[in-house]
Design a protein around this ligand. Structure first.
Ligand SMILES: CC(C)(COP(=O)(O)OP(=O)(O)OC[C@H]1O[C@@H](n2cnc3c(N)ncnc32)[C@H](O)[C@@H]1OP(=O)(O)O)[C@@H](O)C(=O)NCCC(=O)NCCS
Length: 387
């Protein structure tokens, strides 16, 4: 971590400038609120609207709400866990001017009585750094704040009053739309530089299923396959579903899914959890369609989940490698849209990892648009990024 070092008492030296990293002088004073207001007002993020003194609270609530879904890639409709008050650190320049602040709170789960280790959950859109500073100095301040928070064990008891608890690991998750993408990627880069690692960024896409948007669908080239519904809650169909998941995801542009596809057991666990509605707890009624050729061989599948009375979620779509690039993925997707319409749904959603450009292009061709992106990052003491 060149250029950023933590000294005694929490002061962090970042190249030529020394930033004093400490709790805000008088709690959340006017200077801090003004900085929050100045930075958040540049974002289109929904939590950035409203009075300045509740901005931080909304960011803390967002952290609690999005962590589970950012980690699983599902879309949660459940209420968020109630967040704890945040730990706040501010960065002051040698002249005493406020240059930035960071907010984090401790994860409830990791702070049981017998477990004196703490997980710090950094708040989305934080660090908040003076927008008047140039890019290099903004990054210095941001790194000083993130690393300062990770290395100030005394802060972990600050919010709850239970004393010093060493920070063992930390998480950062954020949800953003394309309007805030550039700023979000800047923040993600700061956390990466501080040693946080992330699986792939996930993109949530959706499209309506009404008549008007349907008429805009490009016409499909006909194929000679048939689409057969199966029910993986029965043992025979479960085995077929697992083998299709493994076959399709073993080769593709989704590194997380590729890892899962190496093990039949991991695929079985994933499917069982998805069918039981455990991914976000918001789904019911799995619907599987299998594309079969004239001889009955399975070539691909679409796995759909009902999301409440009006929405359908495409949990997975896959075509076995030997049948790809013949339009089958597109025809499976069209069949899924037809099925949604027949069931009276008005919207279909899906989650795809950002590097899966083949799938992203396919979804965009069929009228899906990016709704939001999710990025979840983790840091563990003893691994990279530690001071
Ligand atoms: C994503 C996936 C389902 C696409 O399946 P597919 O059957 O190859 O899809 P299509 O044939 O409709 O389209 C794929 C490409 O082939 C092209 N294509 C379609 N018909 C073609 C034809 N007759 N000749 C040549 N190319 C053709 C399409 O234009 C598209 O090109 P592009 O990637 O440059 O945009 C498949 O690659 C897959 O299973 N990947 C692994 C699993 C996965 O990632 N699933 C998505 C999870 S969210």
């Amino acid at each position: 971590m060149s250029g950023v070092r933590c000294g005694p008492g929490g002061s962090v030296r970042a190249d030529a400038a020394e930033w004093d990293i400490r709790p805000p002088r008088t709690g959340l004073d006017g200077q801090v609120l003004a900085l929050l207001g100045a930075v958040y007002s540049r974002l289109s993020w929904a939590g950035a609207r409203g009075p300045a003194d509740t901005l931080l609270g909304r960011a803390v609530a967002e952290a609690a709400a999005i962590l589970p879904e950012a980690a699983s890639g599902s879309i949660s409709q459940e209420g968020a866990r109630r967040p704890e008050p945040p730990v706040v650190l501010a960065a002051y320049s040698p002249g005493g001017a406020l240059a930035g602040m960071v907010a984090a709170n401790r994860d409830h789960k990791a702070s049981s009585a017998g477990d004196a280790r703490s997980v710090l959950v950094f708040v989305p859109w934080s660090p908040v750094v003076d927008p008047e500073l140039d890019a290099e100095r903004r990054e210095q301040v941001a790194l000083a704040l993130i690393l300062g928070a990770l290395n100030r064990d005394d802060l972990c008891g600050q919010a709850t009053g239970d004393g010093a608890v060493p920070v063992e690991s930390a998480r950062y998750a954020m949800r953003f739309t394309s309007a805030d993408e550039a700023e979000a990627h800047r923040m993600i880069a700061w956390y990466r530089r501080a040693g946080f690692v992330s699986p792939c960024e996930r993109v949530i896409m959706s499209r309506p299923l009404d008549q008007q948007s349907d008429s805009a669908d490009p016409p499909a080239e006909p194929g000679d396959e048939s689409f057969v519904p199966i029910d993986p809650t029965f043992a025979g169909d479960f085995g077929l579903a697992v083998s299709l998941l493994q076959g399709a995801f073993a080769e593709g542009d989704d590194p997380d899914a590729q890892k899962m596809a190496r093990s039949g057991e991991a695929c079985s666990r994933w499917l069982a959890a998805a069918l039981a509605g455990e991914r976000g707890g918001a789904y019911a009624h799995g619907l599987w369609l299998v594309a079969r050729d004239a001889s009955g061989s399975a070539m691909g599948f679409a796995f759909l989940l009902e999301r409440g009375p009006t929405a359908l979620h495409l949990a997975d779509l896959g075509v076995l490698p030997e049948y790809r690039r013949r339009g089958l993925g597109g025809r499976l997707l069209r069949e899924a849209l037809r099925l949604g319409r027949r069931r009276g749904k008005s919207e279909i959603t899906l989650v795809v990892v950002a590097p899966n450009q083949t799938a992203l292009r396919l979804y965009e061709r069929l009228g899906f648009r990016k709704a939001t992106s999710l990025c979840a990052m983790e840091w563990a003491r003893g691994q990279s990024g530690e001071l």
